[in-house]
Write a protein that binds this ligand. Structure first.
Ligand code: G4P
Length: 535
């Protein structure tokens, strides 16, 4: 197929798009920051619209019944809005402790990530895992260190923590002046501005106060923030100039350096600095790889891939929505598309765009945008859509589950329905199934525990099956491959009790402990034990 390019007006549509996701450990402030970003984008007009955990109200992306029962957000939504002439596609990632594989896969569909760190806690476990996923595509990361209005770790300590634990260099863009009760604001290193924090100013209703300071040694600084704070700021800024890299755009694009901002999301302080830089620095949609070639966004023909499937977005319709990230070309209502896996053409008349829980029919969409397609099960995660070219986007994987259980039927005669239900749920990415080679157990694996409850609930409501779980001694799974057939066969014989076939008929090693996994991997160096499996 000829890679015909579209004109400059099409390219300007691409260039104005920023598709990103927020990653953080639960409670670091993702929901609060999302809300402030939506306020800045004028999507919402007052605080409290998004965040309502524990208050009886629900965040706007709470679609499913189980979410409402628990009062938490577990599914991810997409929000599209304008900010300063840029079109933002913000992909929401479940941030609760019980988040799912969706969270990981969403990261593979964005062009940039905003990482939020709680200033009192530093790098936490979930953040580490999410950053590991960004490494698959070397996604650029912007960092926001939150909650400076509370007692916080020393900023240098926080930088060391990020650099050591996440293996990414920090380039400070803003720098805090004290913290907690003494928090006075930030120094914007690039703009040479001091922004004064006023704890009585909430949600940016009043204009924030700032002043230019071209020379930090100017006495004016002492007058404005006090002698002690001015002295400390001078010392710290001198130190950071010596110890940290200044912002290098190409390092940022390679995901090896992160610009760092400080602030307080609750008081809407520092978010605007971060967002203004994000629209300038986050890359606009670029090429993606397929099994045969790179696809550039400004190619004439439409292409895209499915990174998420959401069931029951509308309980009245019992449908599923496949979320497609557009990679190239322009979606136009009524266009004829090829579903590459099944080689079937269809006319797409009712693609959807999203604003949190609300969905609207869309007439046009461009690379970087996310569109939704209604379907009743014929679309799978990882599917590619084109206007005729036979190719498949790569890099939308399954991730090794982190918790496992054995599922059993209450009524054993419904085995067929159970398998059908589990197959469909696994195609949505809600759960992964493993069937041991040596017995008839059905093992389910998920990233967050809550998915187990969702599976039981959905089996009951949608497939009329009652099932229960039993615990099982599995800590992790690895997909197996090798070109050394001799070693592979020897391994299969010796460890047959630990082998299972997953829902995609791939061989996996299910490990009872990490020690066991380490022993086995070191014993069989010619076998690849992979944490991810391409769809
Ligand atoms: P999450 O989505 O990452 O889980 O975090 P979320 O925004 O829900 O924030 C977790 C808690 O931290 C919330 O308090 C929130 O108000 C608070 N928080 C977020 N940003 C800041 C900040 O900049 N400063 C301070 N002091 N607190 C912040 P909560 O008590 O759990 O909920 P709520 O009752 O305040 O809603």
């Amino acid at each position: 197929m000829i890679k015909k390019k579209l004109d400059s007006s099409f390219f300007s549509e691409i260039k104005k798009r920023r598709t990103f996701a927020i990653i953080s450990h639960p409670d670091a402030g993702k929901t609060t920051i999302t809300e402030k970003i939506l306020l800045l984008g004028k999507v919402i007009h007052k605080s409290g619209t998004i965040k309502a955990r524990g208050s009886g109200k629900y965040v706007t992306s709470d679609w499913m019944k189980i979410e409402k029962k628990r009062g938490i957000s577990i599914t991810s939504s997409v929000m599209q809005f304008y900010y300063k002439l840029h079109l933002i596609n913000l992909l929401d990632t479940p941030g609760h402790e019980d988040f799912s594989e969706d969270t990981y896969r969403i990261i593979t569909a964005v062009d940039c990530c905003l990482m939020i760190i709680d200033a009192a806690k530093g790098v936490e476990e979930r953040t580490k895992k999410l950053i590991d996923v960004t490494r698959l595509r070397n996604t650029p990361i912007i960092t926001f260190i939150n909650k400076l209005d509370r007692d916080a770790k020393n900023p240098i300590e926080l930088f060391d923590d990020i650099e050591n634990q996440l293996k990414i260099s920090c380039a400070p863009i803003t720098w805090p002046i004290n913290c907690g009760n003494l928090f006075q604001g930030i120094y914007h290193i690039q703009n040479k501005e001091i922004w004064i924090y006023n704890k009585n100013v909430k949600n940016n209703k009043e204009k924030l106060f700032f002043f230019k300071i071209t020379d930090l040694n100017d006495d004016f600084l002492d007058k404005k923030i006090g002698k002690e704070s001015a002295k400390q700021l001078r010392e710290e800024v001198e130190l950071i100039h010596q110890c940290y890299l200044s912002f290098d755009y190409s390092f940022f694009l390679q995901g090896i350096l992160t610009p760092v901002f400080f602030g307080s999301a609750l008081s809407n302080f520092g978010i605007e600095h971060m967002l203004n830089s994000l629209i300038n620095w986050a890359p606009y949609p670029i090429y993606r790889k397929t099994n045969i070639r790179k696809v550039e966004p400004n190619e004439k023909y439409f292409s895209g891939f499915v990174f998420k499937i959401q069931a029951n977005m509308d309980l009245k319709h019992r449908d599923r929505i496949a979320f497609i990230r557009i990679v190239s070309g322009k979606y136009t209502k009524g266009m004829r598309l090829l579903h590459v896996r099944t080689r079937k053409y269809f006319v797409l008349n009712d693609a959807l765009t999203f604003l949190a829980g609300d969905r609207f029919s869309v007439n046009y969409a461009y690379p970087g945008d996310i569109i939704g397609i209604h379907n009743y099960g014929w679309i799978k995660i990882g599917d590619t859509f084109t206007q005729g070219e036979i190719m498949k986007f790569i890099g939308i994987p399954n991730f090794s589950p982190e918790v496992f259980r054995c599922i059993r039927l209450v009524n054993p005669f419904k085995q067929k329905q159970l398998l059908k239900g589990l197959k469909e749920l696994s195609e949505e990415g809600a759960v992964q199934i493993f069937r041991p080679v040596l017995n008839n157990n059905l093992i389910l694996g998920v990233i967050g525990e809550l998915q187990f409850d969702i599976v039981i609930e959905r089996l009951k409501e949608e497939y009329y099956i009652e099932a229960i779980y039993e615990s099982i001694n599995i800590i992790t799974a690895r997909w197996i491959s090798s070109i050394d057939n001799k070693q592979l066969n020897e391994f299969k014989l010796k460890y047959v009790a630990n082998l299972a076939i997953d829902g995609n008929n791939q061989l996996a090693y299910i490990a009872p402990s990490l020690v066991n996994l380490n022993i086995v991997t070191s014993r069989y160096p010619n076998i690849t034990f992979s944490k991810i499996r391409e769809n």
